[in-house]
Design a protein around this ligand. Structure first.
Ligand SMILES: *[C@@H]1O[C@H](CO)[C@@H](O)[C@H](O)[C@H]1NC(C)=O
Length: 279
């Protein structure tokens, strides 16, 4: 990763929502991933076959989540792919070098001649390689973000998608600028019950807080952090990326709380764009 996924009757549906978390799945998950793609990759598509050295010190950046040879997540994808192919495939020739890079965390591309050609080819043509990328994206990035949403007991798609988007940019962790820091500061701002009309109430510090009231506060905390992060190295990059927070503020203002086949969000120019579920 460079910066740093049926109605069966009323009684049954009610019972489910009170005991289980409203995990993002199907089109709601597809939309969450696509909205974040706008801000990470410039469009809503999944670029399985992308591979490039963008000279950020992390080696080759590639695939649907910007997996890097210098940050170990590309190696996790290749290992997953090897498991699916039985171990001998077109990426095997890079295993020795990838293992070394995994240990050193180096952005060197020595010994990786043809790596991007192989990635592009298999990203276009091999369903197994695509599945391997999806699996690692979910395990390393999407699922951990949804665990955090579970810890809040968030029920609305918009909240769960926002926690994913913030996790991708801010990183999973407890530091001031990371998603844990943002959630902590949001939680701490509630000193009393805060009502609203979203239909979902969170328990925060013993207070009943409407989920959309919580989300609006979270978006404000995140916006403030993007403009003034503790890590000053990211300040320039982050101050230019406030559109993704404005986009979610727009989504909330339009009361798009539960997501179905499409939603309206803001693109990188701040223009309203329809994002459609395509599975
Ligand atoms: C925020 O509040 C929720 C609900 O009380 C809690 O489960 C979660 O751990 C809190 N998160 C942080 C980072 O403080």
């Amino acid at each position: 990763m460079r910066t740093l996924t049926a109605t069966i009757g009323l009684v049954c549906a009610l019972a489910t929502s009170s005991i289980a978390n409203a995990a993002l799945s199907g089109c709601a998950k597809n939309l969450a991933l696509r909205v974040t793609n706008i801000y990470e990759n410039g469009d809503t598509e999944f670029h399985y076959d992308y591979c490039e050295n963008i000279h950020d010190g992390r080696g080759y950046t590639s695939g649907i989540a910007g997996f890097c040879t210098g940050t170990s997540d590309a190696w996790v994808v290749l290992q997953e792919y090897h498991r699916m192919t039985g171990g001998k495939d077109e990426f095997s020739q890079y295993d020795a070098v990838m293992k070394k890079l995994d240990k050193s965390g180096s952005g060197s591309t020595t010994g990786l001649d043809g790596y991007c050609k192989t990635w592009e080819k298999l990203g276009k043509s091999d369903p197994k390689f695509r599945t391997a990328q999806e699996k690692v994206r979910d395990e390393m990035y999407f699922d951990p973000s949804q665990k955090l949403a579970d810890s809040l007991d968030a029920q609305l798609d918009v909240t769960r998608a926002q926690i994913y988007d913030a996790s991708i940019q801010h990183g999973i962790g407890e530091g001031y600028d990371s998603i844990g820091g943002l959630i902590k500061r949001t939680n701490e701002s509630f000193k009393a019950d805060a009502s609203g009309s979203s239909g979902s109430t969170l328990k925060v510090n013993g207070h009943n807080v409407d989920e959309i009231v919580w989300l609006n506060k979270f978006l404000k905390v995140r916006m403030d952090d993007l403009k003034n992060p503790h890590n000053k190295e990211t300040q320039k990059e982050w101050s230019g990326s406030v559109t993704r927070v404005k986009s979610y503020q727009y989504i909330v203002a339009q009361k798009q709380y539960r997501w179905d086949s499409s939603i309206k969000a803001l693109d990188n120019d701040g223009k309203v764009a329809e994002v459609k579920c395509k599975i």
